[in-house]
Design a protein around this ligand. Sequence first.
Ligand code: AFP
Length: 333
Amino acid sequence: MSKITTLNEFILERQADFPFATGELSRILNDIAFASKIVSRDVRQAGLVDHILGAQGGQNVQGEEQQKLDVVADLAFIKAFENGGEVCGIASEENDEYVAFTSETAKNGHYVVLFDPLDGSSNIDVNVSIGTIFSIYRRTSPVGGLANEKDMLQSGDAQVAAGYVLYGSSTMLVYTTGKGVNGFTLDPSIGEFCLSHPDMKMPETGRLYAMNEGNLNIVEPGLVDYIEYCRSNENDKGGPYSGRYIGSLVADFHRNLIKGGIYIYPETTTAPEGRLRLLYECNPLAFIAEQAGGLATSGRKRILDIEPKRLHQRVPFYIGSKQMVEKAMSFLK
Ligand code: AFP
């Protein structure tokens, strides 16, 4: 039986990769793993525990119905970061404003974390995979003081780590610190994330495209032409393309990371900036994609180059196998 490497062992083994790590980043990754186990437990019980299922009734900053699990997940991650002592502040899809922690310990933290605690939450009640997405930066504000908005509005290239948790047929944590991408699968029998997908590489091309084709009548003509191209041409390996759209970004992205493919959420006439949020959805997945050999753009610009202006700003999103993203962009005027 091959050796089992737990996430904790892996992080410690790789700590040397991280020049100025004094274990702080490792502790944040472990805090994320801990909170993910709690969320995974709650997600797996969602169908059983009435008090969680169904909308909280509140609306989040996006005006979307807030599922109770969204709130539960948000609080689990915030508590893990606030108590961990490494993080001085956070921004999350579920909170209109960023949160600067006020304890002396937290104010001495060197990092901020931006996250979407439960993306795909409209799928909870129909038992479709959902995910957590996170992005970690070093603070730019002085240590000892409160985190500020500038700490949160850094370009994607400044990320020191990023990743996601996929609550799917199994619970997986996939992350990068800029030295490649590694995937860990939660073994519930021992409560540990175990290395299952070392050094993940995204296939250069593929046959799967993921887009809500219900929007084809409200997107730019070049994108219509690209989807038409996929429908009527062979993919690079010969054989037809296939449309695969789960409606859960993390699940669609993870599938493409393993099998090759492209995910597109473009600007539309009703959503001129697209639907997905730059800071805590597009940047972290773009970091992962590039580290795995893939590509992530707004259709015109590399995602990680975009200078954020607002906490919840949206951006059109083309992400996946390098050759497929380049092909799609070639159709855009
Ligand atoms: P929810 O978190 O509101 O379910 O949105 C999920 C999501 O942000 C992303 O995960 C999906 O790919 C995309 O929206 C689905 O959006 P459409 O329903 O407009 O296709």
